[in-house]
Design a protein around this ligand. Structure first.
Ligand code: ATP
Length: 308
């Protein structure tokens, strides 16, 4: 009896681990709003990436067919450029990303990556090509080191550390009680929103995908950390010529993009560089002025508080 209880206990713990990781996957899938109806075609081929151009052609889509979010949306995200997608809350910025990942299929029109309709390629190759730093990063009940390695399971410890350094989180991890072996997640040490975002960026650096998406990726960081991280990200993008898309509310984080696409009412309201859009005196320029006023007020408040 005694001998038998050992392997049973062992199995029990394996079962608990397995159960926990399934729970984690569920959370991850819920966060990403996966639609299981989307499947590979029987003859699906792997996505072949060349330059990394993304095109939405006449895309009509709504979560409910009678409530379209996009109506004949046309947009091109040029290869190797830094592109921002902005627009009022609820205009469909994150939906662009969900469609690209094929969590949903379009009702009309098509989405092309380097000329290939994403419905013709395997889901695995499609999702492997896209890296995302989401608004809320899922953490696994595991060590912080493994949480970074989740970006690339084959990465060595040195590569994990290098990625953490580039994402500005190495020093923070060194101050954790067990360094890279510190348990995080629901059953481990709680880490802040800003630390989670830097963790997600280190995962992305390890994954090194050809297409990069940042969905409000630096919103939980203070201005100083955000600026320093954005300049790191910018240098990675430039150095490796990655197509990168920033979904953003705060225009200060994206005004230096090669192209800014402004969505409104289901289609592209305007697009261009920051200078072009400010000159146009349209929606972007309105949003920019409103945010700059808020920013100036906040700075003034800080100064007043500092003087007091
Ligand atoms: P925000 O700037 O506030 O993050 P967003 O521009 O990214 O918004 P989306 O998240 O793309 O907007 O959502 C677009 C619209 O679709 C919103 O009205 C939202 O409520 C709705 N929506 C999003 N996800 C679903 C869903 N799974 N089912 C039904 N409606 C949804």
């Amino acid at each position: 009896v005694f001998q038998l209880s050992v392997p049973l206990n062992f199995l029990g713990s394996v079962y608990r681990e397995l159960r926990q990781s399934l729970l984690d996957m569920e959370t991850l899938f819920n966060l990403q709003k996966v639609n299981v109806a989307v499947k590979d075609k029987p003859d699906a081929k792997p996505l072949l990436l060349s330059s990394g151009e993304i095109k939405f052609e006449n895309v009509t889509f709504g979560y409910r067919p009678n409530r379209p979010i996009f109506k004949n949306l046309n947009l091109t995200i040029p290869a190797g450029k830094k592109v921002a997608i902005v627009g009022p809350s609820g205009c469909g910025k994150s939906t662009i990303l969900r469609l690209l990942f094929r969590y949903y299929d379009t009702q009309e029109g098509r989405i092309l990556i380097d000329g290939q309709d994403i419905r013709d390629v395997s889901l695995e190759s499609l999702r492997k090509a896209i890296g995302v730093v989401p608004q809320d990063t899922p953490l696994f009940n595991d060590t912080i080191g493994h949480n970074i390695r989740y970006g690339n399971l084959e990465a060595s410890h040195d590569q994990v550390i290098e990625a953490a350094k580039r994402a500005n989180i190495h020093e923070t991890i060194n101050h954790f009680p067990d360094g890279y072996l510190t348990m995080v997640g629901e059953r481990g040490m709680m880490i802040s929103g800003g630390e989670k975002q830097r963790l997600a960026i280190s995962r992305l650096i390890l994954k090194d995908p050809p297409l990069l998406f940042f969905d409000e990726a630096t919103s939980a960081l203070d201005t100083h950390t955000e600026q320093s991280l954005l300049s790191h990200i910018n240098s990675i993008i430039k150095e490796r010529k990655r197509t990168s898309v920033f979904i953003a509310h705060r225009l200060r984080t994206i005004y230096d993009s090669d192209l800014i696409i402004v969505l409104k009412g289901g289609s592209v309201a305007e697009s261009g560089t920051h200078e072009q859009l400010v000159d146009r005196a349209g929606l972007y320029s309105e949003l920019w002025s409103a945010q700059e006023t808020l920013f100036a007020d906040a700075e003034e408040e800080k100064e007043v508080a500092g003087d007091a």
